[in-house]
Design a protein around this ligand. Sequence first.
Ligand code: ADP
Ligand code: ZN
Length: 528
Amino acid sequence: FTMQENGTIVQARAILKQYFGYEQFRPLQEEIIEKILQQQDVLVLMPTGGGKSICYQVPALVFPGLTIVISPLIALMKDQVTALKANGIGAAYLNSTIGMDEEQWIKHECVQGRIKLLYISPERLQTELRAFLPGLPVSLIAIDEAHCISQWGHDFRPEYTQLASLKTYFPKTPLVALTATADKTTRKDILQQLALPQANVFLASFDRPNLSLQVRSNIQKREKMEEIKDFIQSRPQDNGIIYCMSRKTTEEVAAELGAALRPQGISVAYYHAGMPADYRDAVQQDFINDRVQVMCATIAFGMGIDKSNVRWVMHYNLPRNMEGYYQEIGRAGRDGLPSDTILYFNMGDLNMLTRFAQESGQQEMNMEKLNRMRQYAEANTCRRKVLLSYFGETLEQQCNNCDVCANPRSFFDGTLLTQKALSALLRLHERVGSQMLIDVLRGSQRAEILQHGYDKIKTYGAGADVSNRDWQQYLLQLLDQGIVEIAYDENFTMKVTDFGKTILAEKRSVQLTRPVDFVPSKPTKEKN
Ligand code: ADP
Ligand code: ZN
């Protein structure tokens, strides 16, 4: 610690208090800000509501020059700038909604040094990089929603790939990239694309222990609707969101629930992108101000809504991927109080989503993401473990707040099976997918195995006593427990995680569950 660094973090604390009115930084914010103040590049992974904005807004006020913020969402840009201005901070945005005169004025203010934070849409950045920005003293560049740069992410935006050139224009300026959702592959890709190999990576925990996780599988439509009505009636004061796959479904579900619940004073509305903007805004305001309790919505609903007391979130249909699911359930329980999440999962939805994925531009990746979603819905291990392992976090204990923990499957000692699978995988140099691994474990004679000499490795045939289908299930459980992972940027090959290597090295015991034929569970009465 030099005097100078000490000074700046002290300054940062003073700014936090003076401009934002907060007494102290949250965990990680201070470490992140310290690195930025030392002119280092940083990647911040923090769940929504974690407090990412402070991580660049405070340094922006410590630094002498201008901070550029790249943000893909016009509405969020506007909200942020309004909030900053309300706190007495010079801020502005440049995007397609800004007229010529206003643009000239904003640029003038930037040159005069009266604007500390300038938000720019990625589409706009290229033009400004060529003429306007290079003449300015830029102290910091922040890239919000950084996962948009990666085609492995769930929200790839081609304009974001242009951001790769930022480091060429501003080689000395520190860059901070922020995102609320990025699995391991996407994370690696963000750093590569932004040319930040040396960046400090800060990963906040994605665990939200106050959210219960429940999956209801293969429930008939009628029964599902009855369950939902019972659930809402059992908590008539609580607010919640029901996410549906299509616009039409939001309207249908709202109509049916509304008819049943309105007589009891529970108001139900729907929200989707096909509605006129003013109507949409009005409905959203009604929900925020507790005039609407139950919102049936497509995923268009919820972006940037900071409502702390949403008590439950349901998925009427299966989401397309874990990133979306995580973000949507994350809208419940922001105040930290116990909140419930329920996911309905059935084959019909799965088939529909499979078709969407097959017809999409990035078929292979979308299929893989959908597969992970399905694996979560079908998991036999603690769902929170599965959820967190997707984001590269390991939860070693059962969570005791999910339906699997509440109804544990019967476990057996799967240590030996796990050791066989892991050591075979390592001997195959982690270059094979799950089916090849199983074939090697089962001692298959198929041509590809003999060609590669896989029949020569020590564990060849070591798992011949386990059926192909059971191996599939066990590997899925190892995946869910964070012991192996799938590299979908490397041909879907399977890898042993660091946790898996520890298990192998320390001969730790691994519990697996016996594969069961799928039996739909009985509806459980919700707690009040
Ligand atoms: P994110 O961008 O990660 O979703 P925000 O930056 O919008 O999160 O912050 C979420 C909420 O937390 C905001 O209301 C913000 O004002 C608040 N917040 C952030 N940092 C602090 C802090 N150090 N102390 C108190 N509240 C904070
Ligand atoms: Zn659990």
